[in-house]
Design a binder for this molecule. Sequence first.
Ligand code: T46
Length: 139
Amino acid sequence: MQIKLIPLQAHGDDRGSLIALEEGKNIPFPVKRVYYLFNTKEGVRRGFHAHKTLKQVAIAVRGSCRFVLDDGNERVEVLLDNPAQGLLIESFMWREMYDFSEDCVLMVLADQLYDESDYIRDYAQFIEAANSHVHSSAQ
Ligand code: T46
């Protein structure tokens, strides 16, 4: 499975650093929603779902956390610890997030508004849906 880490150019000078996120430039979709996770308690694992259509980019703007991404065939672990790097999470990708540092702020840009009906929260259902998604996209 190919993990897509998007390099985000930092504009730095003696005052510090600035990164701009721009739709169609470094963010490969129209941004409809932004949310962020913070104050995540020690030992917590979050996620445990996939999306039917949602595309997202996740950025650890502060601190670090780990993702497991699972396409139904393979599970890959990704460390996010750099505000100049965005993790692209396509649809039909099971995700789990864990190992949040105490100071972690995980910001997520999404191409759709929040919609609970887009979530697949059961792993067995995800495997079934991912397999039929692969077959229907191959036709
Ligand atoms: C994802 C990972 C990376 C809202 O009301 N609006 C929102 O936009 C979101 C994202 C969540 N919520 C509510 C729904 C739940 O009552 O916030 C609560 C926590 O959401 P959830 O349990 O889905 O959080 P995570 O961390 O498991 O997953 C979230 C996103 O939901 C998901 O799309 O990819 O972060």
